[in-house]
Design a binder for this molecule. Structure first.
Ligand SMILES: NC(=O)c1ccc[n+]([C@@H]2O[C@H](COP(=O)([O-])OP(=O)(O)OC[C@H]3O[C@@H](n4cnc5c(N)ncnc54)[C@H](O)[C@@H]3O)[C@@H](O)[C@H]2O)c1
Length: 269
């Protein structure tokens, strides 16, 4: 589908954080293919340039945006209003984790993960939600949580905690913003092949363990997560709010791979 054809979110203005790579980029591409205007933020300038080169300046506006810096997030929301006349959809996507058991966890590293995943999502919800409330035209906010919000992973304490926080934040936001016509939902992907998870393919056994535990017997590609984000962003999900959508091949029914054990086996410790 071209950008000019009618699409599932045709004419809507959508903000995506961490849009330069992985799931965020797949969401931005799918949104444009479905007729939306996208405002993309990321800390990686080259990745943003490549996104505009691929999708065109008519449909995409980009800005350097670190989601942990409130002024950056505020400016990204303002850009949507200035450039495309409003904000209908916001995807709080930027996030990432570490691998360390709790008793060994460096505190600064813990704080970085919580700051990126939880505080960054809070700032996106805060400023996108304020713009949607003020406009009076409602909207849809989609937060990228994780399977690890609801399934423990050894060595993933900071990430699991932050993502569980994202689920709680999503519910409070849905409660508070519903009266303004704003829906807020969380997407909980399992293992998706992106830059963030690239390292897992270099630790023998981790991906295999995920695949073995997922009833559908495989990991996901970013486009499969973008499909669910698109649904939640669209009017098809008009009565969906405060919900958690797993995109994990059923892996919630099993157990998460032992990343630390696999790393220890690799290093011989
Ligand atoms: N890949 C997975 O298996 C998986 C699984 C569950 C949840 N998730 C979640 O999905 C989201 C996207 O993950 P991904 O795998 O596509 O990651 P990725 O690393 O491939 O891409 C993340 C993008 O965010 C950008 N970014 C990093 N820090 C930022 C910051 N402070 N401000 C703005 N942008 C920043 C990066 O430059 C990059 O372009 C994250 O919230 C992640 O936790 C991913």
């Amino acid at each position: 589908m071209t950008a000019d054809a009618a699409g599932r979110i045709a004419g809507k203005v959508a903000l995506v954080t961490g849009a330069g790579a992985g799931i965020g980029r797949a969401v931005a591409e799918r949104f444009v293919a479905e007729g939306a205007y996208v405002v993309a933020g990321d800390i990686d300038a080259d990745a943003l340039k490549s996104l505009v080169d691929a999708l065109g300046e008519e449909r995409v506006a980009v800005a350097s945006c670190d989601v942990t810096v409130e002024a950056d997030v505020e400016a990204l929301v303002a850009l949507a209003v200035e450039r495309f006349g409003g904000l209908d959809v916001a995807v709080a996507n930027a996030g990432g984790g570490t691998a360390s058991e709790l008793v060994d966890h460096d505190y600064a590293a813990w704080q970085r993960v919580v700051n990126l995943c939880l505080n960054g999502t809070f700032l996106t919800v805060k400023h996108a939600g304020a713009a949607m409330k003020q406009s009076g035209r409602g909207g849809s906010i989609v937060n990228l949580a994780s399977l690890n919000a609801v399934q423990a992973g050894r060595g993933m304490g900071a990430y699991c905690s932050a993502k569980a926080g994202v689920v709680a934040l999503t519910e409070v936001a849905a409660l508070e913003l519903g009266r303004h016509g704003v829906r807020v939902n969380a997407v909980l992907p399992g293992l998706v092949r992106t830059k963030a998870t690239g390292g897992m393919w270099h630790v023998p056994g981790v991906v295999e363990e995920y695949v073995e535990n997922a009833p559908l017997g495989r990991f996901a590609e970013p486009e499969e997560v973008a499909n669910v984000v698109l649904f939640l962003a669209s009017d098809e999900a008009g009565f969906v709010s405060g919900s958690q959508y797993g995109v994990d091949g059923g892996a919630r029914t099993g157990r998460y791979p032992d990343l630390i054990g696999a790393m220890q086996r690799l290093s011989g410790s």
